[in-house]
Design a protein around this ligand. Sequence first.
Ligand SMILES: *[C@@H]1O[C@H](CO)[C@@H](O)[C@H](O)[C@H]1NC(C)=O
Ligand SMILES: *[C@@H]1O[C@H](CO)[C@@H](O)[C@H](O)[C@H]1NC(C)=O
Ligand SMILES: *[C@@H]1O[C@H](CO)[C@@H](O)[C@H](O)[C@H]1NC(C)=O
Ligand SMILES: *[C@@H]1O[C@H](CO)[C@@H](O)[C@H](O)[C@H]1NC(C)=O
Ligand SMILES: *[C@@H]1O[C@H](CO)[C@@H](O)[C@H](O)[C@H]1NC(C)=O
Ligand SMILES: *[C@@H]1O[C@H](CO)[C@@H](O)[C@H](O)[C@H]1NC(C)=O
Length: 703
Amino acid sequence: MKETAVVACLLAELSLAAFALASQGAAHCPALCRCEIRPWFSPSSIYTEAATVDCNDLGLSVLPERLPSETEVLLLQTNNIVNVEKTLDYLDNITEIDLSQNNISSVGDVYLGSLPQLLSLHMEENWIQELSDSCLASFPNLQEFYVNHNLIFSITPGAFQGLNRLLRLHLNSNRLTSVNSEWFQHLPSLEILMLGENPIIELSDMNFKPLGNLRSLVLAKMNLTEMPDNAFVGLESLESISFFDNLLNRVPQVALTRVQNLKFLDLNKNPIERIQRGDFTDMMHLKELGINSMPELVSIDSFALNNLPELTKIEATNNPRLSYIHPRAFHKLPRLETLMLNSNALSAIHRGTVESLPNLREVSLHSNPIRCDCVIRWVNMNRTAVRFMEPDSLYCVEPPEYQGQRVRQVHFREMTEICLPLISPGSLPERVEVRKGRSVSLHCRAFGEPEPQITWVTPSGDRVLPGSVSDKYYMHPEGSFDLYDATEQEAGSYTCIAHNLVGADIKSVLVAVDGYVTQPSNQPLHVYITSVQSHSVRVSWESAGGLVSQLNWSVLADGSSLSAPFAARLPADVKEYRIKQLKPSTRYQVCVGVTAAQPGYSRDCVNVTTKVALIQRDKSENWDSLVMATCAVFFIVVAVACSVIYTSLYSQVFYRKLIADPAETLLIPSAHSFSSPSSDFLESGASGIKVRATVIDLPDDSM
Ligand SMILES: *[C@@H]1O[C@H](CO)[C@@H](O)[C@H](O)[C@H]1NC(C)=O
Ligand SMILES: *[C@@H]1O[C@H](CO)[C@@H](O)[C@H](O)[C@H]1NC(C)=O
Ligand SMILES: *[C@@H]1O[C@H](CO)[C@@H](O)[C@H](O)[C@H]1NC(C)=O
Ligand SMILES: *[C@@H]1O[C@H](CO)[C@@H](O)[C@H](O)[C@H]1NC(C)=O
Ligand SMILES: *[C@@H]1O[C@H](CO)[C@@H](O)[C@H](O)[C@H]1NC(C)=O
Ligand SMILES: *[C@@H]1O[C@H](CO)[C@@H](O)[C@H](O)[C@H]1NC(C)=O
């Protein structure tokens, strides 16, 4: 027996002395257990060595008969102990007992006697259902109590009586449905409280008030949907709080103002849709903020983080829809050093975002669908001292010609200085379900240079501008559209339009109210020609419930072979269009296709022949030279304009020449459209902006 114990110790080569006594009279080390001196950390993390009796995982159903009297740490993990009838009060120096993973169903069944030296008691992973009054009162110096992963549904108000010294309490993964502040009246020293994974639907005001020394509070995985404004009153020393994996749909901003000493805030894995102005403001000691793995997070809006003088690190990673960070999202963060933004849906990050952070050292942006053009251009200009982490994992996803290349390998001169807005695909889903009477927010964000403006078009065709309010909706300046008190009337397709002076992008979302959506009209789409000139025709059409209309026109040649069509994409509310710069006396086919809200796509075409040009034949020679002269002048003007204004427009970007009529029509350059005249310019008046853009590299097939 003695030999076995000694050999076991030697074999283990732990180079720790065996118990002095154990080596003299091994009978004191219980059969199969191991008795040795092991490193031990006190609850306040002070390292010591402790005489340890390790009886883990031996299938024991009762405690060993007799333990070495020096025992300081007794490990009985993973056994079958149901109760303890023999006290351990002969162990003068016992400081820790581990009864985790046994078969204990009540703390009262474990009669250990009075153990004033005991600092740490583990009872996790048992079958305990209740904690009754004074159930731990015979351990007056207890500092740690682990009772997580049990079945506790009830804790009496006096359960923790006598535990004045308790520092750490793990109650997570039980069946508690509420938190009673009376429990904590007996725990004035408590520093760490784990309450996660209890089916507590809501906390109440003053829930933690007696815990003036609490430093860390973990409220993970509790299905909490909101935080009462005064829930954290009294937590004067709280430094760290975790809301990991709850159902909060907004930052509990008011509740957090009650914890002025907070340093670490974990909001990971909550369905918060946007981080908005004022969400994190004036938190004087906040050092690290975690907003990772949020399934719904779309945007970090302007002034979302404001005046956080101690903040050094933001982690906002693995947010599959996070597609926009406002250039002024971060304000007055003088100490921020690290910005983790990897693995989101960001197509870019504004230069302004980074430049607003004077102390920033490193940014992690990899594993985002980076669009290698104007907005991200600054990254390659070598003017920033900021380090990009893992630059080799930072790839371009768009435009197609750079797809798969490392962002760093695309020279900034190859990226255009201005570019079309692009509505982030992650920001808007295709369909949103809302219950009758409830509200819903539709989020639309777009990167572009210049910064795009966002407007919405309702199913009834109303154009909604930022800041607009009605009794049914509000449009946030940032681009979100809040719809209140949904009824069937509000069902339908909502279209977001992001435009800047280069052009526009459109994306629609179908809002279904209790499953109901407006059916697209069953009447077939009808396209009419309402006027015909020699160089233009006016087309109008009727349709209802469409999302986007696409207009195509092409020359009808003698056979039936059509030349490559010209195309324009139009918002749903545009139902008329003047096609200009057509050739006289030419037969065209004009088609309109409407993508409907419901599955479906209707299309109608009409053939039209433009009028004969009004100029008489005998003057044609003069006219021709006049035209040529005019064209020459025009070319020069355009060429100068091109080089001066839009030198950096990337040459493969095509802009069609379309003149919108009526003036609000928006023009969307589409990938498969070819523009006809080479002296091309695009003119569009969207919300009062006059735009001219040049065209480069056009097929020379007309004029
Ligand atoms: C308990 O610890 C004290 C102080 O370290 C020591 O003097 C005493 O001998 C220990 N008691 C036993 C039974 O080992
Ligand atoms: C644990 O105790 C329960 C009764 O409380 C019993 O049914 C079960 O078999 C025990 N488990 C083991 C592994 O002994
Ligand atoms: C939270 O809700 C989910 C889904 O309803 C449920 O499976 C889970 O057990 C709940 N968690 C708690 C701690 O109540
Ligand atoms: C930026 O610096 C890197 C390394 O210092 C260099 O390889 C790259 O060519 C520079 N880019 C520009 C645009 O100057
Ligand atoms: C317009 O032309 C494009 C390209 O040829 C084609 O894919 C699309 O279906 C056409 N749309 C309509 C409405 O004719
Ligand atoms: C237009 O002309 C084409 C080619 O001649 C013909 O196939 C088509 O049916 C015509 N469409 C209409 C609406 O008349």
